[in-house]
Design a protein around this ligand. Structure first.
Ligand SMILES: Cc1cc2nc3c(=O)[nH]c(=O)nc-3n(C[C@H](O)[C@H](O)[C@H](O)COP(=O)(O)O)c2cc1C
Length: 356
C-alpha cells in the first residue's frame, strides 16, 4: 500500500493527511487547540456555521463559533444551508474575515436541517447542490471543499455521480463519510462506497471519513479506498492522542505508550482553561460537563467524582476538582461493570445538557 504523507488542497499543503472533522458542539477553538498540541493533525474545521446568522451577526454563539488564531491554522470554515445566495454571501464574508478554506456541509443528517434541504438534504437535489458549490467557488478566491454522505438512502447513492460535476464546478477536495443520511450513525462506514467516490475523482483529492478509531482502522481506510487523506470525528473526542498515534504509525515509527493518568489530567485541565478563555468562567463550566464523563472514565475516576463534578457551577471549583484528581487513586472498574458506568455517565451528561 502506498501512503501519501502529505495532502494538498488547492494551494494549501498540510503537514499530515489527517483531518479533524467539523463537529457541532465539539470542534471549537478550545478543543482544536488542545488537539493540535498533541501533534499529527494536518487540518481542522470549525463547527458548522449558519451563513444566515453570520450575515445578520446575530448568532447567539457567533463569537465563540468563529473564534480562532494564527496558531489554529490551517483551518477550514464549514457552512451549511440550502439557499444559494445566502451560502455565497456567507462564504464571501468569511473569506473577507481571513478564512483559508470554505467547506460546504452536504452530510448533516439532523432532521431539522436536512428536511429543509440543507446538509444531507442537498443530496436529494444533486443539481442544486452542484449549482450551490459552483456559486460558492465563484464567489471567493480561497479553496472550496464539500463534505458529503454517500447519498440520502441506499437506493439513492448519488455521491460518486456528483463527483465529476463537483470537480467541474471548481471544488478543491471532497470528504466522504461512508454512510447514507438515513443510516445516521448506525452500522459501519462503507469503505467500498468511499472507494467508488475516490475512483470517480480525476483531479482532486478525496478524504475518507467514518469509524476511524485506531491506527489500524486508519490504514484500512487508506488501503481499501485509496483516499488521499482521512478525517476523524468521534475518535479523537474519546482519545485525543489518536491522531498522534495514527501519524506515528503512518511514518512507520514504533508505537508510543498510551497517555498516563497524569497526562489525561493535564489534558483535561488545559482544555478547561482554554474553554474559560473562549466562553468565560460560567459558560465554560457548564459546557465542560459534556466532557467530564469521558475524561473521568479514561482516568478511571469513580462515580462519586463524576456526580460531584457534574454539579459544579463555579470555574474555580471545577479547576480545583480537576487538580484533586491527581490525589485520588484510580479505581479498578471490573470490565463487566465498565459498560454500565459508561452508560450511566452518558445518560447523566445528556440529561444535564438537555436541561440547559
Ligand atoms: C456530535 C457530532 C457533531 C457533528 N457535527 C458536524 C458538523 O458540524 N458538520 C459536519 O459536516 N459533520 C458533522 N458531524 C459528522 C462528522 O463530521 C463525521 O462525518 C462523522 O462523525 C463520521 O466520522 P467519525 O466516525 O470519525 O465520527 C458531526 C458528528 C457528531 C457525532
Amino acid at each position: 500500500m502506498s501512503l501519501s504523507l502529505k495532502l494538498r488542497i488547492g494551494p494549501l499543503e498540510f503537514d499530515t493527511p489527517i483531518l479533524f472533522a467539523p463537529l457541532a458542539g465539539y470542534s471549537d477553538f478550545a478543543f482544536r487547540m488542545s488537539l493540535r498540541a498533541l501533534g499529527g493533525l494536518g487540518f481542522a474545521y470549525t463547527e458548522m456555521l449558519s451563513p444566515a446568522s453570520l450575515l445578520i451577526g446575530k448568532a447567539r454563539r457567533l463569537k465563540s463559533l468563529t473564534a480562532t488564531s494564527e496558531e489554529d491554522l490551517p483551518l477550514g470554515h464549514q457552512i451549511y444551508g440550502a439557499q444559494y445566495d445566502t451560502l455565497c454571501a456567507g462564504a464571501v464574508l468569511l473569506a473577507q474575515r481571513g478564512a483559508q478554506l470554505i467547506d460546504i456541509n452536504m452530510g448533516c443528517p439532523q432532521r431539522k436541517i436536512s428536511v429543509q434541504g440543507a446538509g444531507a438534504g442537498l443530496l436529494r437535489d444533486p443539481k442544486e447542490a452542484i449549482r450551490i458549490a459552483a456559486g460558492v467557488v465563484k464567489s471567493v478566491s480561497i479553496p472550496v471543499t464539500v463534505k458529503l454522505r454517500l447519498g440520502w438512502d441506499t437506493e439513492n447513492l448519488v455521491a460518486h455521480e456528483m463527483v465529476p460535476e463537483l470537480e467541474a464546478a471548481g471544488v478543491a477536495a471532497i470528504t466522504i463519510h461512508g454512510r447514507t443520511r438515513c443510516q445516521g450513525f448506525s452500522g459501519e462506514a462503507d469503505l467500498q462506497g468511499i472507494r467508488k467516490v475516490v475512483q470517480a475523482a480525476k483531479r482532486i483529492p478525496v478524504v475518507g471519513n467514518g469509524d476511524i478509531t485506531s491506527p489500524a482502522a486508519a490504514l484500512k481506510m487508506f488501503g481499501v479506498t485509496g483516499c488521499a487523506g482521512i478525517m476523524l470525528g468521534r475518535g479523537p473526542l474519546k482519545n485525543p492522542w489518536l491522531i498522534r498515534d495514527i501519524w506515528n504509525e503512518m511514518q512507520g515509527l514504533p508505537a508510543l505508550p498510551p497517555p498516563t493518568r497524569g497526562e489525561w489530567i493535564d489534558f483535561a485541565g488545559a482544555h478547561f482553561e482554554r474553554m474559560i478563555e473562549l466562553y468565560g468562567p460560567i459558560g465554560a463550566t457548564r459546557l465542560y460537563r459534556k466532557w467530564i464523563p469521558q475524561y473521568l472514565r479514561r482516568m478511571l475516576a469513580g462515580r462519586r467524582h463524576l456526580v460531584e463534578m457534574m454539579q459544579l457551577e463555579d470555574a474555580v471549583e471545577m479547576r480545583h476538582a480537576i487538580e484533586e484528581l491527581r490525589k485520588t487513586r484510580s479505581i479498578e472498574i471490573p470490565e463487566r461493570r465498565m459498560e454500565s458506568v459508561d452508560e450511566a455517565a452518558e445518560d447523566m451528561a445528556t440529561e444535564l445538557i438537555d436541561v440547559e
